[in-house]
Ligand binder design. Structure first.
Ligand code: PMT
Length: 399
């Protein structure tokens, strides 16, 4: 599973750093190419020479190589990696990661990483039990990072409690399980719609909605992380993408979104329709700004927009999987189930505006996934990144 994988091994300054040598050795043995990045404090615990000898790559620790002036690009490293493993992760580094304090090469690379990040904490039991550590670890979880829990046992202080870094062979096993489950969209084309549509009234006004695109963009990032080529058909939003495998097609109206989505759907394996498409558009948008002075308020006649989900549902071929969203305010389950059938979807993700923190604009969502056979799985309020992970886990398990 790890053969040929590019892995950044981040080592921070704790006594468990001596175990990182064994971890580096096991990763290399499993076929991975390993690039070690150490914090300055980590070098007090283990010599960089040990790690560069084991991995065959010079260890990076500073932003520049002192004698050559060569700059180490954290951005390039972040793009190169298939996974980033930070082991051991001290309380201090976990705090910096949680709060974006980018004062060393390891943290800047962490902030630039596009690949999944695995964090193996190691510290004394009191530090482990401190509420700030618990809060910082919960931040990392909400960013989609994987926490490889510390074990209980005898610690370097000779106290006994939770804080021992997980054993290197178990960290490797964790990565192997992750890659066997998650790197499962390699070679697939995933099409995602996101954001609102704007329907022109005149050159300065439109009918729109509150969608920020955050849900659709999180899905696009998740699909790309799992190895897919992603086409993201996006309505007008300020959210941006970072993964190089995502091509963004920008549209404004529902008619434009339909054209772009239909084109991308032709060779898509999976399509997820997270956009909030306006159901109606002005029948005759004015070419000139409608003047207020001397005019009665205009009466705007509306026409129905095309239903993109239903159109793709008609075009769907064997082997293509179509996933819709349902944004409801009442009769949620019945309305979502009806949309699933009517639009010929394979699965629908229900979110309700009745749930605080769910739906438009927020960084969180609370969903129920409903399958064609009526099975429904609900989850608690989570970050949109975590929701995107759950949706892809479900899609892959089903299809
Ligand atoms: O963008 P965010 O701020 O992160 O918010 C996320 C979200 C709330 C927009 C998202 O989670 C969501 O629920 N998206 C679907 C919103 C919606 O339009 O739901 P609907 O129940 O009206 O539509 C049902 C399905 O048909 C959706 O997949 C929708 O994309 C699709 N549809 C709707 C109308 C239309 N004319 N064409 C469509 O394809």
């Amino acid at each position: 599973m790890l053969d040929g994988k590019h892995i950044i091994l981040g080592i921070t300054g704790g006594i468990a750093a001596y175990k990182s040598a064994m971890l580096a050795r096991l990763l290399v043995k499993a076929g991975a190419e390993v690039q070690v990045i150490m914090t300055p404090a980590a070098k007090e615990f283990i010599a960089p020479l040990t790690l560069s000898t084991l991995t065959g790559n010079p260890v990076i620790s500073e932003f520049f190589t002192a004698n050559t002036g060569e700059w180490h690009s954290h951005v390039d490293l972040g793009l190169w990696a298939d996974a980033m493993v930070i082991a051991p992760a001290t309380a201090s580094s976990i705090g910096k990661m949680a709060n974006g304090i980018a004062d060393n090469m390891l943290i800047t690379t962490y902030l630039s990483a596009k690949a999944p990040v695995f964090v193996a904490p190691a510290m004394d039991l009191d530090m482990m039990a401190h509420p700030s550590t618990a809060r910082n670890l919960s931040y990392l979880r909400s960013y989609g990072n994987h926490i490889i829990e510390a074990r209980s046992g005898e610690l370097a202080s000779h106290l006994v409690g939770k804080g021992r870094m997980e054993e290197p062979e178990n960290i490797v096993a964790y990565l192997e399980v992750y890659f066997s489950r998650h790197n499962d969209l390699t070679g697939k084309h995933v099409m995602i719609t996101a954001g609102p549509t704007y329907e022109k009234i005149d050159p300065v006004r439109f009918i729109g909605n509150y969608s920020s695109g955050k849900m659709g963009y999180a899905l696009a990032e998740e699909a790309a992380k799992r190895g897919a080529r992603v086409t993201l058909v996006s309505g007008p939003v300020s959210t941006s993408v970072s993964h190089p495998s995502i091509s963004v097609v920008r549209v404004e109206s529902a008619v434009q979104m339909l054209a772009a989505a239909t084109k991308a759907f032709a060779d898509a394996d999976v399509a997820i329709l997270a956009a909030a498409v306006a159901d109606y558009a002005p029948a005759e948008p004015s070419e000139h700004k409608i003047k207020r002075e001397g005019n009665e308020p205009p009466e705007i006649r509306l026409v129905k927009n095309p239903d993109i989900a239903a159109t793709l549902g008609q075009l769907k071929k064997d082997g293509q999987h179509l996933v819709g969203f349902a944004l409801e305010t009442d009769n949620e389950m019945a309305n979502a189930a009806d949309k699933l059938k009517r639009k010929n979807l394979d699965m629908i993700v229900l979110n309700s505006l009745k749930d605080e923190g769910a739906g438009f604009g927020t960084d969180t969502n609370k969903i129920t996934i409903i399958d064609r056979d009526g099975t429904a799985v609900s989850s608690s309020l989570k970050s949109k990144k975590e929701v995107a992970t759950d949706i892809f886990d479900h899609i892959i398990a089903k299809f």
